[in-house]
Design a protein around this ligand. Sequence first.
Ligand SMILES: [Zn+2]
Length: 75
Amino acid sequence: MPIFDYKCSNCGRSFDTLVRSCDEVVQCPDCGSSDVARLLSKFGFKSGSRFSSSSGCSCGSCGGGSCSSCGTSRH
Ligand SMILES: [Zn+2]
């Protein structure tokens, strides 16, 4: 599972979390705000070809882009 780095726009805290779905809502563990910005993923940065850093999310079926674009219902 990809681990993404986030930074909370509300309190400024940086944290990382496992994201199981492209549509998963991530909330700040400190203040609970969902106003968080996704930073470059460590996983995607290392593997490069498996996860696109530009899209930030891959469903594994279409190999890139968002799950909604390929129409897969894997999640
Ligand atoms: Zn916060």
